[in-house]
Design a protein around this ligand. Sequence first.
Ligand SMILES: Nc1ncnc2c1ncn2[C@@H]1O[C@H](COP(=O)(O)OP(=O)(O)OP(=O)(O)O)[C@@H](O)[C@H]1O
Ligand SMILES: [Mg+2]
Length: 463
Amino acid sequence: MSNRALEVVEFLLTAHLYGENRGLDENDLPPRYRRVFWSEPEDDAETDEDAPIGIERPLVVTESTARKATGVEHPWDAISDLMFTQKEDFSGRISLTQPEMATEWYLERAEPDRLETNPTIAATVEDRDDVDVTHAEARERTRPIQADRVWIDSLLDQYFDEEEDAEMLDLVQVRAPEEIEMTLEDLVLTQDQEGEIQKLMKAIEHREYLADIGLREIGKILFVGPPGTGKTTVTRALAHELGLPFVEVKLSMITSQYLGETAKNVEKTFEVAKRLSPCILFIDEFDSVAKTRRSDEHAALKRAVNTLLKSIDDISLIRDEVILIGATNHPDQLDSAAWRRFDEIVNFPKPDRGMRSDILRIITKRMDVAEFDPDAVADRTEGLTGSDLRMVLREAVLEALTEERMSLTQEDIIDAVEDFEERDNLKNMNMMSDGEQLVAGDGSGHDDDEGHDHDHDEGHDHD
Ligand SMILES: Nc1ncnc2c1ncn2[C@@H]1O[C@H](COP(=O)(O)OP(=O)(O)OP(=O)(O)O)[C@@H](O)[C@H]1O
Ligand SMILES: [Mg+2]
């Protein structure tokens, strides 16, 4: 019997059992099934804030829902010769005529792994002697619905459907953990960073205990470091790891675009986070607040800053299940009122030689590089960040492609490092000076001696 039949029978059985057992909720459905049964609020209906969104019983299976859920191209063909299945000609509905028989058929064929990731079926069969999966275990292994894109979208639709709210959603980016590609394994972290991440994960896991003993000052962290050192990526990877939605906002966007609206935007940002909780709220460019606080020309901005500080005070991991992570390239510009609100500060330094070497190994993991010597490249790239190294490798790959090569050499990479350094010099050149550097062909654009200075600000970050 083909695996396709097993896929389709599992789907039918799950839909049937879910319909029968009102004690089950959305988190008992495997994520790939939830998606299919998600009820979109209808466009023409008056949007009712309290209208239930989610999955409504009964779950009706047709060829097309079965195809979407299982990936089987012709679901009915896969199961039509089984005794316990039927298809109604008129409605196209596919169902089980004898669910008990279907259950037996399924249990005989399903490997344990399959059953362990289907809480609906596990709940129904956990008491049998021949089954050794429990409902609780299956729930544990199933991603919560809060991590699904469909869930996030419908919540956002429900609460932010008016025009100005829609604008707000341009400022706040929401990502489902299923959409995040980079994981913590792809990142090279310092011991300090790893320690902080461990602590945070433990705090989330044991938040009830922390609340019980009266420890509430956790879950607000500030990442400090130059551009390209992984602050954003680590936060996203964390969302992926924890299976939490990721809400990202750049503070400079909120404050610059709609001056009069800024305080309201800040409030809405926190509201989005609370609605989506448990989630991670990432506030990037945190320093832009401090700057506006100092320049006191605009009352609206002052109000916004105060709103921000107050919102941070009011949000809590323990109560609201929101983890707040701020990031800044300019810790020196952050005033003490903002600084004080974070209970941990994590440093993101430029990578040292060993880290650079590890980062290079990760970046080139799927590349073909002849005589690759990451340590030698690390020696040549003092002062470069993870993001710089990524750019170097990208250039090396593109250069090789211009020669129709899909494999690299160590030399390609060293050449790309030199090009990068040259670019870096250009970036810092004063275009208004009358230096001969601006004249093509004299070669003085290359001052490639030992003394490269990477301690300047990176380009996108100038104020
Ligand atoms: N420690 C690291 N390990 C592996 N890759 C890294 C590391 N640091 C940076 N990178 C790479 O650089 C890219 C850019 O990093 P990221 O955007 O997270 O930096 P950032 O600190 O948020 O910078 P900015 O301050 O400009 O926002 C990442 O996608 C990642 O590929
Ligand atoms: Mg960033």
